[in-house]
Write a protein that binds this ligand. Structure first.
Ligand SMILES: Cc1cc2nc3c(=O)[nH]c(=O)nc-3n(C[C@H](O)[C@H](O)[C@H](O)COP(=O)(O)OP(=O)(O)OC[C@H]3O[C@@H](n4cnc5c(N)ncnc54)[C@H](O)[C@@H]3O)c2cc1C
Length: 297
């Protein structure tokens, strides 16, 4: 029988160790489920004790509270970490890191997910966020998604029932986790593909402050515009509040200079939004997610 005490768990674990912003206070329980049965047991624990919870991937698109948090973080990085070839498709588990997927694609000459090159995160996080560029995103190659709720209910959503848009999906209910996705990729020349993947990383290194803690682009790009340009033209490039800075290298990145708080980052977000609205009349919309614990209904 599966027991809660058998599930890997860290108590009083700082979230700053699990977010690319390196921001986040300690949480009471961080569970690392390895199986669907363990996800269900964690769900029972949350429900029985009426604890708030949050589902965490690689923490690459999250702004977490600086102070300590009550409740449970379900960390998916050790859950479903397999890539399987099934019925001409790849089945990719939610916990698989994008870097591992792209290594697999490079070795097998499989094209269709190149835009995830240099995007830190898990595949579950990529599906949840519909990650990619403004022109290409992960839902385009997805054929179906397997989902499990914290009550242990499993369902599969097929392509015809998808509802994805730019950095958005409205498929998952609040108590559901992406468990895996089936993708249809194209066979291509391995060497060309590997070269493209390396070129994409080099391009990112030149344009983005990837050496600094951040969440990537803070704002979505408005239709026909670039958020970085709008922020730049407001004279905010390099602006510092507390220990957070609008990156001098890329104005749609806010970086943690060391010891930044959630409030420092939020103040810069607010400043950028107000400045862009005043100058261009455009409402910037956040791509970064604010980590807010929720209760199981
Ligand atoms: C340097 C840098 C560059 C970046 N470049 C890009 C880019 O080019 N394109 C882009 O799209 N993004 C980019 N990002 C943002 C980020 O990498 C993506 O949004 C990524 O897909 C987030 O995945 P994650 O596993 O880290 O999710 P997290 O940040 O942990 O979570 C994000 C959201 O997904 C939910 N979630 C995660 N896993 C699951 C799951 N299994 N089931 C249900 N919900 C889940 C979380 O609850 C949360 O709401 C960048 C980030 C950085 C730091």
């Amino acid at each position: 029988m599966e027991l809660l005490s058998n599930i890997e768990c860290l108590k009083n674990e700082p979230l700053s160790k699990h977010t690319t912003y390196r921001i986040g206070g300690a949480v009471d329980f961080m569970f690392f489920p390895k199986t669907n049965a363990e996800v269900k047991i964690i769900g029972e624990f949350i429900q029985k004790n009426e604890l708030p919870y949050f589902v965490l991937g690689n923490g690459s698109n999250l702004l977490a509270p600086t102070e300590a948090l009550n409740g449970v973080i379900i960390n998916t990085k050790k859950w479903n970490i397999e890539i399987l070839e099934e019925k001409h498709f790849l089945k990719i588990g939610a916990g698989v890191l994008n870097a591992k997927i792209l290594r697999y694609c490079g070795e097998h000459g499989l094209s269709g997910l190149e835009y995830l090159s240099g995007v830190p995160g898990t595949f579950g996080g990529a599906i949840y966020m519909n990650a990619g560029t403004r022109a290409e995103w992960v839902s385009e190659v997805l054929e179906s998604i397997e989902i499990i709720s914290l009550k242990g209910l499993e369902r599969t959503v097929e392509k015809k029932d998808f509802s994805f848009s730019y950095r958005h999906q409205s498929i998952l209910f609040a108590d559901e986790l992406v468990s895996s996705g089936f993708v249809r990729l194209k066979k291509v020349d391995k060497d060309n593909l590997k070269k493209n993947l390396v070129d994409m990383i080099q391009k990112r290194k030149r344009a983005q402050p990837i050496e600094m803690p951040s969440c990537g682009s803070v704002f979505r790009n408005p239709e026909g515009e670039n958020s970085w340009r709008l922020i730049d033209e407001c004279g905010l490039r390099g602006k510092i509040i507390g220990a957070a800075q609008i990156s001098p290298k890329h104005s749609n990145f806010i970086v943690n200079l060391g010891g930044a708080t959630k409030e420092d980052v939020l103040s810069l977000i607010q400043l950028a939004k107000e400045s862009v609205k005043d100058r261009f009349g455009i409402d910037l919309v956040e791509e970064v997610k604010i980590l807010e614990m929720r209760f199981l209904q």
